[in-house]
Structures are given as C-alpha cells and as structure tokens.
Design a protein around this ligand. Structure first.
Ligand code: HEM
Length: 406
C-alpha cells in the first residue's frame, strides 16, 4: 500500500521535528509527498543530495510560481500564499526574468552595506533594548530583544528613522503572526516604505532605499517596495530565531554554560551548532518543476511545487552520524540554502554579525544571565516553516542603564 501524504502541519513540527523527519525519511525516502492546509499537494525534499539537485538546477526547478499546476485551485486569500510565494504580493507575480532582476537589485543594495558600521549599529540598538530591561533583573529575551533587534537594524539600513523603527517592528511582527492585526501591519509597512521611496527619489541619501532607486534598472516603486519588504521578512524573523535559539543553547547546555562569562568563541560555536541542529527556517518555499522529471526516485509532474526541507537535509544520515552534534568549522549545512537563489553571501555575513553581536552584548551587559524557568518548559512557535521559541525568560542582577530614559 502506498503511504499517504504527510500533512505539513501539526504539533510534531513544534515538539519533536527531528523524530518526525526521521520517520518521514524511513517511510517515504528523501522526497516526501506532503499536503498543505486546504488539501494542496507538494513535495518536501529532505535528502541532502536531492536538495542539492533541487537548488542547483534552476532551469528544471524554477522559482517561477507561474508554473504552479495548483494555482487556479488556490484562492487569493489562502493564508499560506505569502509563505509559498515568498513575497507579500502587491501586484502581479513577477516573471522568472523579473525575479532575477529584483534579486540582483536586492543583492546590490546589501553589498553596499558597510559591515563595520553594521556592527556599530547593532551594538547601539542592542544596548538601547537592554537599557529598557536591565534595571528590572528579568526579561524575555525573545519578545524584549531577539524579536525587536534585526528589523530595527534593517530599517535603519534602508533609510527609516530611528523613531520609525519600533513601529515597523510591531507592524512586521503583527503581519507574521497572521492574526487579526496582520492587515493593519501590512498597511503600515507598505505606506511607510512607499513614503520613504518618494522621499529618496526627491533627495537621495546614503542608504539601501536610495541605492535601489538609483540602480533599480526600471523597477517600479511598487516592485522596490515589494523587494524591501521581502528582505525585511526573510531577514527579520530568521535572524531573530538564530539569536533566540543560540541563546537557548548557551543557557541550557553545560558545554556552553561553563564558558558563558565572556566566552567569545563559544558564541560562534553555539551559532554554528544551531544552524545544523535547529535551523531558523526548517522548511522553506519553493521551486516549481518546469517539466515532468524524477527526483529521489519520485515522479514529479510539470508544475509541481517542491519545498526545501532544510532541517531534514541537515540531519540526513548520508552526511552525518545520527545523534552526533555538528561542531563549528563545518559550514556544509543547508540553512542558507544553495545555488543561484540561496541567501546572498553578503546577507549571510550580515546575519552573522547581527546575531553574534547581539549575543555578545547580552553577555557583556548581563554577565550572570540565567534561565528563569526550567529548560524543559520552553516552547516553540507552532510552525512547520520557522523554528523559534515563543519566549526565553531570564533573570540577572539588575544593572543601571547606559543611557537612562529621560
Ligand atoms: C541580515 C539578515 C538577512 C538578510 C538581509 C537576508 C536576505 C535574503 C534575501 C535577499 C534572500 C532572497 C534571495 C533570492 O530570492 O534570490 C534570502 C533568501 C534566503 N535566506 Fe536570507 N537573509 C538574512 C538572514 C538569513 C538567515 C539568518 C537565514 C537562516 C539561517 C537565512 C536563510 C535564507 C534562505 C533559506 C533563503 C532562501 C533561499 C532559496 O530559496 O534557495 N537568511 N535571504
């Protein structure tokens, strides 16, 4: 009997993902038939070799969602659409050439970011966030810190003012929650980005929005706004979860607890281990087959959707011994994907600087930081896409703010 497709939902993605991927692999092999909410079929590619093939062959496995053989069956308000299309659609779906053009503009704007300044910016915003909690002796390092920091930095790099940062953070977090405030969040983000572009067209400055306006190669304002929001969505939540998951590892694992006091190398080691063990984007969208083909022994039809099983591939027994933790130095994981559409190298460097600096600032400012709850009571958000904590409550000796509130 053919095993039935696996629903890409449910509490096991949250509570025991490693066991779930192991079972899927045993039952279905490296390319797993899955079904998304609403009964939409797709393939989840968990095999390391197969994921390499999927992300490496951009002609056979395209990013062009126009190829999707299920698109006519899907209503425009399907809640998973922004995740599957990986964009907040403000207009028609871009063609493959349009996608490439936008990716080039986004990458160019990121290349223009000064990494030395980025470190300084991260330290400044991190210090400001810690100033708001350091006097109390307790904090939730997810809500008060990790979920606030990356977007505040990306917003400043784009050209938004410091005063606009917190409002944009709230709007994006509301949008990503997908609850009743999601639409208001989207409106706030689109209006703010559109106003920023108008201001930069009138008077360019030294920021990513001005770079995109100047080098946009004919992209419309709407397309540039979509590109800015795309960067914000992929950068914010994934970097926030990288910070949160690495801090959890350092606060709960004895190997790191011993060196928590000023242990710089242990920060890099924890961050690297998280990319192998519980990467922020556990499954991600997506590619569409441009013709009938085979992958991992499965027959794939033209227009089928294939999802990137990034965490599953990182745990593929063909590339590692089950149960053995991967340590620093080995970067052959799939956490940033692979091939032409992978996370741009400059973006990876930026994420590493933001996450690493964010953790170092915590260790500097709150040297005796410790978990305020039992480690086994920590919970993850219910998502088959992202891997991130709902909260990380900590306690520490209260210290004065660097810049007390006036
Ligand atoms: C400063 C932080 C970051 C920035 C600015 C950023 C930027 C981007 C951009 C622009 C893309 C789209 C590339 C394209 O469509 O061609 C992308 C894709 C992606 N990013 Fe990042 N990113 C950041 C952090 C991260 C982190 C922390 C992770 C995970 C650990 C991550 C994983 C990915 C993945 C898996 C993709 C999809 C690649 C694919 O489809 O093959 N990113 N990122």
């Amino acid at each position: 009997m053919t095993p039935s497709p696996v629903p890409l939902s449910g509490s096991r993605f949250q509570n025991e993902p490693a066991a779930l991927y192991r079972e899927m692999r045993l039952e279905h092999g490296p390319v797993v038939p899955v079904v998304l909410d609403g009964g939409i079929p797709a393939w989840l590619v968990l095999g390391y070799r197969e994921l390499h093939q999927l992300t490496g062959d951009t002609v056979l496995f395209s990013r062009d969602s126009g190829l999707w053989n299920q698109r006519s069956a899907i209503p425009d308000d399907w809640p998973l659409l922004p995740i599957i299309l990986r964009r907040i659609p403000l207009g028609d779906a871009p063609s493959a050439a349009g996608l490439r053009e936008r990716a080039a503009v986004s990458s160019g704007a990121l290349e223009d970011v000064d990494l030395f300044e980025l470190r300084g910016l991260t330290e400044r915003f991190a210090d400001e966030l810690i100033d708001t909690v350091c006097g109390t002796g307790e904090a939730d390092l997810v809500a008060d810190y990790a979920m606030r920091l990356p977007l505040q930095i990306i917003a400043a790099l784009c050209g938004f003012t410091d005063e606009q940062g917190p409002g944009l953070v709230t709007a994006l977090n509301d949008l990503l929650d997908g609850q009743e405030r999601a639409n208001d969040g989207l409106t706030h983000l689109v209006t703010s980005a559109t106003e920023l572009l108008a201001a930069r067209r009138a008077r360019p400055a030294d920021d990513m929005a001005s770079w995109m306006v100047g080098h946009g190669n004919g992209l419309s304002d709407q397309e540039i706004v979509e590109s800015i929001l795309e960067i914000a969505v992929v950068a914010h939540q994934s970097t926030a979860d990288w910070i949160g998951n690495s801090l959890r590892l350092m606060l709960t694992d004895e190997r790191f607890a011993a060196s928590l006091f000023g242990g710089r190398s242990s920060v890099a080691q924890a961050m690297s281990e998280v990319l192998w063990e519980e990467t922020p984007l556990q499954n991600w969208s997506g590619r569409w087959a441009s013709r009938d083909t085979y992958l991992g022994g499965r027959q794939i039809r033209a227009g089928d959707l294939l999802l990137l099983g990034l965490q599953g591939a990182n745990h593929d027994p063909h590339v590692r011994t089950p149960g053995a933790a991967q340590s620093g130095g080995n970067n052959a994981h799939f956490s940033f994907s692979h091939g032409e559409h992978r996370c741009p190298f400059r973006a990876q460097e930026m994420a590493e600087i933001i996450a690493g600096t964010a953790i170092e600032v915590i260790l500097d400012r709150l040297p005796d930081v410790d978990l305020a709850v039992p480690a086994d009571s920590l919970t993850y958000r219910p998502s088959p896409w992202m891997r991130g904590l709902t909260a990380l409550p900590v306690k520490f000796t209260p210290t004065p703010a660097l810049r007390p509130a006036t």
